[in-house]
Design a protein around this ligand. Sequence first.
Ligand code: ADP
Ligand code: MG
Ligand code: MG
Length: 956
Amino acid sequence: MATKKKAAKPAAKKSATKAAKSAVKKTAAKKSTSGKSTKYVYTWGAGKADGDGSMKALLGGKGANLAEMTKIGLPVPAGFTVTTEVCTYFYDNKRTYPAVLRAQMEAGIANMEKIMGYKFGDSEGFPLLVAVRSGARDSMPGMMDTVLNLGLNDKTVAALAKATDNERFAWDCYRRFIQMYGDVVLGVQKTPDEDHEPFEAVIEKYKHEAYGSDIVDSDLTAEDNKELVSRFKTLVKDRTGHGFPEDPWEQLEGAAGAVFGSWMNDRAIVYRRKYGIPAAWGTAVNVQAMVFGNTGPNSGSGVAFTRNPANGENVLYGEFLVNAQGEDVVAGVRTPDEVSGMAEALPAAFKELMKVRAILEKHFRDVQDVEFTIQDGKLYMLQTRNGKRTAAAALKFAADMVKEKLISWETAVMRNPADQLDQLLAPVFDINEAKKATVIAKGLPAGPGAASGKIYLNADRAVAAAEKGEKVLLVRVETSPEDLRGMIAAEGILTARGGVSSHAALVARQMGKVCVCGASAIEVDYDKKTVTAGDQVFKEGDFLSIDGTAGTVYGGELATEPSEIITGLINNKKASQKTEKFQNFVQLMEWCSKATRLGVRTNADTPEQVKNAVAFGAEGIGLTRTEHMFFEGDRIDAMREMILANTEEDRKKALKKLLPHQRKDFFGIFKALEGKPATIRLLDPPLHEFLPNTEESQADLAEKMGVPVEEISHRVHELHEQNPMLGHRGCRLAISYPEIAEMQAQAIFEAAAQCVKKGIPVKPEVMVPLVGYARELELQVNIIHRVAAEVKADKGVEFDYLVGTMIEVPRGALTADEIAKHAQFFSFGTNDLTQTALGVSRDDMGSFLSSYQENDIYPKNPFASLDTTGVGQLMEIAVEKGRSVKPDIKLGICGEHGGDPDSVTFCHKLGLAYVSCSPYRVPVARLAAAQAAIAESAGAKPAKAKKAAKKAAKKK
Ligand code: ADP
Ligand code: MG
Ligand code: MG
């Protein structure tokens, strides 16, 4: 079963093999206990199936759902699944197969023969033809394409023509088969210096020879297809050095081998990395009896979503082609019709499809993405899966299905992917700007949102431009999986051809990219690198703008405005609040509050940020970085004076200038919080960040301070550090210069006193950064308490406050029990904790991050998503040790990770009181926190039920 597919990268192969080994071990264990050989083939057909929808890990998504649809009585052509365990075996055993596999596949074919009444390879009667289909757990665009009509050769094609009395159809199938098999299994593909797919080039040439013009494939006669078959075979022989395989079993094994081989092709690897799919999962292979959409005008093929996956509307949505096999619908060769058009073309089948739609939604309780074929008026279901959707559609689906009583509100919460939620907050085009702008083309609204960028016509150039920091719009005639990198890099995607189920639309929906596809009024010229619309010509690097919600393309750059959710929540805009999107969003957030155990706070430094975060539902501030306040206006001068001061007296003088600024800032923040807690971190960064580092700024400062410039440059030189991140920073500063902590504490408490006097409730939480020794904290805490007492006495008011610390160096985590004696709360500073635990500078990892991800060292960027095994373990230790001394010590996290859904889940499990993240991530964190809680109680319920059942059994 050798295949011509590209060999896997050695690195990826190795890791897959390792994981595969353990899976094989489990398989072996199963074998020894049962005494029988492992079941590698699962059949379905005629209402019965070995597997079901829950077995996606073993059967892949497609196979599991084909079994499930069969079981609920839907019309599914018979077939079988070769399990993912075979894929695992394949990579673990030098690309060979288990010895028992062939016999099991033969039994699988025999079962299909029995149900269908045809024989595989029959050269007398109607031959059983099969589709060979890949089947990962989740559909993966990088995987091998499907091979249809397998089992045809020179003899069986004649038998098929005779049995159906339809020569055109039989030879159409054969022509398609050689083309698909030649391409995906034998690797007869476009070389870099060819413009067209080789098989397509043969067809084009023939059409011109025979007809002198372009005709559609479905108009090709039997004779035409015979001639093409012969030319295709010559092409295969020329390219591969071998004749086209005639033996159906050789064809079948070749196709199955190509599916397994494609699991490790570059495209699949890129896709898995982007979506975090482990290489060890493997793919299944589905072999299914063919049904034919190309027998004539009473047949056809289509794809549909049970509801609109772009905007969520409750209507059947999809595409359909009469007299066509499935690949025609998505290939972009013929432009498909809207699926609603089927009502007229094939009314009975359409009615049947609408019935199936209702059954599927009721059964799966989710929107389905289906593929189907109609053969001579009869509908067959070929695939169903939960439909991919934009965030906007997810929100509407969930809200509607709760109203329809199809799902509970908890399920509705789970149905909104947390990592997609920010799509809803993404900007739309400014209405006034859009009115003024010229619409140069209209296409299909395939990925909602607004995007404006410089156009690039090829993926590599788009990636290069994006890496330079440009906003990029990828423009293609149509996209293919090779464009994936470019699509990831781009703000938006625009295609001239292709419908709502084209590759561009599919991928855009999944990635949440803005996309307009099938904008046929634009002409994309790859050679000249231009996009033409009417008489306007746009060169690469020129701006275009696309509105993926409306499907419009504008010339030039367009300004955007915030989404209705933002304007509704933050600006209280009534019109926005009336929109369905806004109301569904608010409803979702209410459900989140009902479910959650983990609170969400925000990282905010200004009253404005606080206001926004509170509007998004933040319960307080988890981190205020006081140093940001030192850069505003001329405050930096006072700060520099303070740093450069040679004596304590000079330093105090400079600090005194800063005090009123800080007090005012804190007052503003407390006021905006309206009594919600505010964690304020004392000065943290290395001092060099504040220093005048250029000659010019030094001269400037010297003049202001009235000292010679040499004095300044000398002091700057003195303060220079080799490794400032590990230098004189954090609480170390305030240990050397306690007056800094004193001033900051005074500013905080005086602002608190001010609030109390004005009747504004306050809850300050003073946080000491970078503590690794209990004694460090003790010294700081003493200062803070003393200043608090002084302020209270001085102002004659009472207020409550807490003092705690960040846990952000490993020593702090490891000695958390000692530290806890002096702390009322811990807040995990996971940015620094990650830097210090991994020994990696966040700012310098750019040069090796991608090779670390490619080699599967970092599953994700550890600064974006918490390294739960390493850094997480330090957190666990700190939590346990902290609680051993103070059982109810308040615990939170304030690193960037607080807005990352996976990290939020981890914090939930750790039992933290809150996560804190930037204001616009607050909804994401709330959703992730609610989902963690719901998932936990869903997991706990069956266990409880089991226990109860056991108890009941014991009583008996
Ligand atoms: P993908 O995962 O790329 O969607 P599929 O295996 O679903 O690939 O196959 C693609 C298309 O091939 C299907 O939508 C369908 O139109 C056609 N097809 C697959 N299996 C069969 C079959 N048994 N009979 C007829 N057409 C089929
Ligand atoms: Mg499919
Ligand atoms: Mg820090």
